[in-house]
Write a protein that binds this ligand. Sequence first.
Ligand SMILES: Nc1ncnc2c1ncn2[C@@H]1O[C@H](COP(=O)(O)OP(=O)(O)OP(=O)(O)O)[C@@H](O)[C@H]1O
Ligand SMILES: [Mg+2]
Length: 469
Amino acid sequence: MIATDIPPPLEVDPARRIFGLETEFGLHLDTGAGRPVTPEEVAGHLFHSVVQWGRSSNVFLTNASRLYIDVGAHPEYATAECDTLTDLIALDKAGERIVHDLIARGEERLRAAGVDGTIHLYKNNTDSAGNSYGCHENYLVRRRADFKAFASALLPFLVTRQIVTGAGCITRTPSGAHYSFSPRADHMWEGMSSATTRSRPMINTRDEPHANAELYRRMHVIVGDSTMAEPTTLVKMGTTDLILRLMEARVVMPELTLAREMQSIRDVAHDLPGRATVELADGRHLTAVEVQQTYIDLVRSHLGGVIAVTPEVEDILDLWQRGVDAVRTQDFSAVETELDWAIKHRLVMRYRDRLGCDLGDPRLARLELAFHDVSPDRGLYYRLQAQGLVRRIVTDAAIERAMTTAPQTTRARLRGQFVERALAVGRDFTVDWVHLKIAGSSGTTVLLKDPFRHEDARVDTLLDALTLA
Ligand SMILES: Nc1ncnc2c1ncn2[C@@H]1O[C@H](COP(=O)(O)OP(=O)(O)OP(=O)(O)O)[C@@H](O)[C@H]1O
Ligand SMILES: [Mg+2]
């Protein structure tokens, strides 16, 4: 039975937004000689402890986030709904630690199955076989009739933002290797589509708002790179949010429609010097720096109006500008502790110089991979962090808390309470982004259509029912 006494939506501040981040991790087993092991078997052992307590390899955690094995044996972690970027960053980092904590048990089980090896989980977007996997951004937006036009207006921004938000990578070609802004750009096939596997769009337009569909849509951006540095995640989500805020306020956007999005995203990715131009539909040619600067100037012109000035907005704008300036001047030093592509560029170039090799050297490929290893001991990103070489946005204590505790200001709080209580009393339950249900009971399914609502008497009743039964 579905409860019908759905409370009316709370008064929603138009500046409030729900954010979510999905990360697919690369999974790799390092093993010597021995029997061959499929990725599915490794994933199965890795998730054994999850299946033991959750009875599935697709679960919601007490921090209200979702953990599951995606197609291709990729562990995926989707953060719970956040309404602040700092909550989102803490929850995203918590996900890295949660998947990392599965490794020890997974290796034990592999040993018991006769395989001695080390499991690695990488927060990156491509594997050595050339497969690409994603980092998906979710932004709640108000529903409108012209959603497709609305979403496509975001494309020139998404194609060029990689000069700031890209993860950076070594690209190998038959004519040699070079350093690019984004590993994901080469794997995009089209601007928008409702499919994610058959085609690779930059924006997935499948209409699945995980919220009241009369009021909302979920902008599902799937073109972004997974990012290690907290400020890069801040600027990736933060700049996109600022552009969406202007668009939702019906600010007239600059005419920057691209003539060929797919060509442009690749050209920009492979142009570290920042000189390549993208062709606009109106025949003009602009560099990615010029396109991004247009957006920065537009946002600045609405500060104090559509966009309230907060320390966080100032921080995002400052880093956005410094990122664009770094490409313009080719002096990366002002962002090399904050932007993934620049942090990794510095690391890779130092080793190249030390080894006296060229960029295509396999030792640099291993270095690049190790940068994305989520292990706090082995991961090179975490070594840099331990040396104070990357700027932080959230504290370790906040990340630690986010491993078990849901954000307190969104629907995630209710889901977190429910999962925690159900596990504590040993009751079976089913949960998704909008439903909470005690399994097998004649009881109620609570439908949570408002992602901003973090208090709900129906959930209190459900929590009581869990304990009483
Ligand atoms: N109303 C909402 N608006 C924006 N984001 C939301 C909303 N509800 C949930 N989210 C976020 O959307 C993401 C959904 O992750 P999930 O991996 O389940 O993706 P999906 O796109 O629904 O499905 P799949 O990955 O299986 O194709 C989560 O990060 C979650 O926090
Ligand atoms: Mg997903």
